[in-house]
Design a protein around this ligand. Structure first.
Ligand SMILES: *Cc1c(COP(=O)(O)O)cnc(C)c1O
Length: 375
């Protein structure tokens, strides 16, 4: 069976894990956490990166940092993972869903302005499949209406928009290192902070509301409880595992892009025959091979195809059920405007196996199995 995903593992993972254990340093913010956050700052050009326990938690921190309050409205696509909404729902906000563009499955930047009311506080673009949203338009709207922008860049590490790393354009960016992402620490993530003035409060929120980070830097004599916060720092064991991949990041990224390109090239003629559609990468976006998906005719054809692939040793999976159709989405959210593409396109989308270590001959097998399905 060709599995859909296999978590990435760097060559030196065991060595670094042992190092953390032998150094008797396994709680957060040790040497490996520092290596990872410095690397992420260098790679993205972000002013400040804080490693977190998940992307969900990085988003929660962003919601706290932007002072989201009960009754506030936060605009996002419905075609996303639950975490994007949860982080704001936990603060009492109402999530306002806006339709996606069918080409990239990202929020349609031209529909955002119509969804803004006096209660709107933030826009949360989700960079689906590591392909950027139209950030110039989104930042322009945010400037004009004084809204915060929190990028859900869970899938976007090493991707860029007009040369800028995803997660560094809005006020905050949230990365994920879950086992399904390009780089993983099992469970984990990172918060990217654009403006240095927001760093101190972010550090306090991450460290249970204390000024412990300042204490460790020797800026104060003892640390104390100064604000509300939680515990958003990951263990050194997780960071050690992640570091082993970050030091080989270019190799891993290149590998995924090659897999992606093989799929793209091999499936060209199925698209020409009108059987499928392949992903669209706008000119100004550099992606990271996070995901290869195809779109088929409709949900019925997709169901048949998933079954056929499984019978032939290929595990392919669909993706998000739009949040506005979920029970919690109906309670905490509202779709504003018309659902022209969110539901329809999500029902046709199928993700093919993609992971670091997937072999070219396995990709060829996936593609020939797809061809046989339409024969
Ligand atoms: C994976 C993912 C998340 C959640 O990441 P965690 O690190 O598991 O919290 C959020 N949003 C999107 C778009 C994702 O793909």
């Amino acid at each position: 069976m060709i599995t859909f995903n296999r978590p990435p593992c760097g060559q030196n993972a065991m060595i670094y894990l042992k190092e953390a254990i032998d150094n008797h340093k396994i709680c957060g913010d040790g040497a490996f956490t520092k290596k990872c956050s410095s690397w992420l700052e260098e790679c993205t050009g972000s002013s400040k990166v804080l490693l977190t326990t998940s992307c969900t938690h990085a988003t929660e921190m962003s919601a706290l940092l932007t002072d989201i309050k009960p009754g506030d409205e936060v605009i996002m696509p419905s075609y996303t993972f639950v975490s994007t909404a949860d982080a704001f729902v936990l603060r009492g906000a109402k999530v306002i869903f806006v339709d996606v563009r069918p080409d990239t499955m990202n929020i349609d930047e031209n529909l955002i302005e119509n969804a803004i009311t006096k209660k709107t506080r933030a826009i949360v673009p989700v960079h689906y499949a590591g392909v950027s949203c139209e950030m110039d338009t989104i930042m322009n709207i945010a400037d004009r209406y004084k809204l915060a922008v929190i990028e859900d860049a869970a899938q976007g590490i090493m991707s860029t928009y007009k040369g800028k790393a995803l997660g560094t354009i809005g006020d905050y960016g949230c990365l994920s290192f879950h086992e399904t992402k390009n780089f993983s620490m099992g469970e984990g993530g990172a918060l990217l902070i654009r403006d240095l003035k927001n760093v101190e409060r972010a550090e306090i929120i991450r460290e249970k509301g204390t000024n412990r980070s300042k204490f460790f830097r020797g800026q104060i004599d003892k640390y104390t409880w100064v604000d509300a916060g939680s515990s958003y720092l990951p263990s050194e064991l997780n960071a050690a595992y992640l570091w082993a991949q970050l030091e080989e990041a270019d190799k891993i990224n290149q590998f995924r892009l090659e897999c992606w390109n093989t799929y793209y090239n091999m499936l060209e003629h199925l698209e020409k025959k009108g059987k499928i559609e392949r992903p669209v990468i706008p000119d100004w976006c550099k992606h990271n091979g996070h995901m290869f998906y195809i779109k088929v005719r409709d949900i019925e054809e997709r169901t048949l195809l998933i079954r056929y692939l499984k019978e032939n040793g290929v595990n392919a999976v669909f993706h998000y059920i739009p949040l506005h159709k979920a029970p919690a989405g109906r309670t905490f959210g509202e779709f504003r405007g018309e659902d022209r593409f969110t539901t329809k396109e999500s029902e046709r989308l199928l993700r093919l196996p993609m992971y670091y270590g997937l072999e070219q001959k396995e990709i060829e097998k996936v593609c020939t199995t797809l061809e046989k399905f339409w024969e």
